[in-house]
Design a protein around this ligand. Structure first.
Ligand code: SF4
Length: 377
């Protein structure tokens, strides 16, 4: 299989890039402060074949928990930093990789230029021999980049943001980084990564379709993007992000391993992902999920809306307020979960919040009215 000659990045006991085997990653969906559950899930994922396991850390208490989790698992750990970039000092001693999102560097301490924040993160990462991932995500693009391009151009802001961060890390002399460019539309994932690799073939890429949803559709969507990319030599690590209950989380890893195995064996024909049909986008859940009923809710949304299978409607179901509000904007109907209420949106417009008992009939009402408006009922 031809592979792009990216630079080599070490993450604990694994290396990727430079023709090394493709590393399959996954992420814990347990509460980070539940040390026993998170360490057990990290182990479950490692034993299923995850070379790197990511954990969300949003607070000092999460960072404290990480210290104990580190002692209880042999997994190579990565941490997802969200808005508080300074938490990197508390997490870096216990992990092998840190992921930051350029689109989230604007919220915390907005008076500090993003370049200074990246310099801070890179210095701490270098001190503890942690790799970095610049994780660019469709739902949280750097607002300065988003405003520079017409709204229908989703690709340019994401690419420009990634290039800009690579240039800065290069100038800082920090080479142990990779980039990811994720969208929930597999066609955009292919386009984004092809275009990035054409300009920066030296930078390792972590591939994934964000909020791919529940299996089997989530696996089909992910395969539609990852198989052609890997078959053309693009991609050094992968994740299949699936909405699954905690006890089945390792299925993400098995699906990722199957993709790598198929590509290595030359089985590179994929079922095309067909837009123009009902598309349920749902997040894989993580420590930030605000109500344990989220996965069940996503499954019920799929069951409830099955009657609309042939309509070109996208419904997004997201587990929390961190990414929920932004990542439901592009959907026709969006739900994002709070602890007691589910927020319902039609495109970017909020329709209010509803209890977990009220939300499904309200969603059906909205879906029926959308179908009627579009001449379907
Ligand atoms: Fe985690 Fe929230 Fe993203 Fe879902 S939407 S994966 S709960 S951060």
């Amino acid at each position: 299989m031809p592979r792009n000659s990216t630079r080599v990045v070490r993450v604990g006991t694994v290396v990727f890039g430079g023709g090394h085997p493709i590393v399959v990653q996954s992420m814990c969906a347990t509460k980070t402060q539940d040390v026993a559950a998170t360490a057990a899930q990290a182990e479950q994922l490692r034993q299923a074949g995850a070379g790197i396991v990511r954990i969300a850390v949003d607070s000092h208490k999460d960072a404290d928990a990480l210290r104990e989790i580190r002692e209880r698992t042999e997994a190579n750990l990565s941490v997802d930093l969200q808005e508080n970039y300074r938490l990197v000092t508390e997490v870096a001693p216990f992990v092998n990789k840190v992921r930051y999102n350029p689109g989230h560097l604007y919220h915390h301490q907005p008076q500090v230029p993003w370049q200074d924040k990246v310099r801070f993160i890179a210095e701490v990462a270098a001190r503890y021999e942690c790799a970095l991932r610049v994780g660019v995500n469709c739902g949280s693009v750097d607002p300065a980049k988003r405003d520079k391009f017409p709204p229908e151009d989703k690709i340019s802001p994401m690419l420009e943001s990634a290039f800009e961060h690579c240039e800065l890390l290069d100038r800082l002399g920090f080479t142990q980084y990779c980039v990811s460019l994720k969208d929930s539309d597999p066609r955009l994932v292919v386009e984004l990564n092809r275009r990035f690799a054409a300009v920066r073939p030296d930078v390792p890429l972590h591939l994934g379709v964000t909020e791919a949803g529940m299996p089997p559709e989530g696996i089909l969507k992910t395969r539609a993007a990852l198989v052609p990319l890997l078959a053309s030599g693009i991609g050094d690590t992968i994740r299949v992000s699936l909405t699954l209950p905690n006890e089945r989380k390792h299925e993400e890893v098995l699906a990722g391993r199957q993709i790598v195995e198929d590509v290595l064996a030359g089985r590179v024909t994929v079922e095309p992902w067909i837009p123009g049909r009902l598309n349920i986008v749902s997040c894989p859940s993580c420590s930030r999920v605000e109500n344990a009923a989220f996965v069940e809710l996503a499954e019920k949304v799929r069951e409830l809306t099955a009657y609309a299978a042939d309509y070109p409607i996208t419904i997004a179901v997201m587990g929390c307020r961190v990414n929920g509000p932004g990542e439901t904007d592009d959907a026709d109907l969006g739900l994002w979960c709070g602890p007691r209420y589910v927020n319902l949106k039609r495109g970017p417009i909020s329709l209010g919040s509803f209890t977990y008992d009220e939300i499904l009939p309200r969603l059906k009402q909205e879906l029926d009215s959308l179908i009627a408006e579009r001449g379907g009922a």
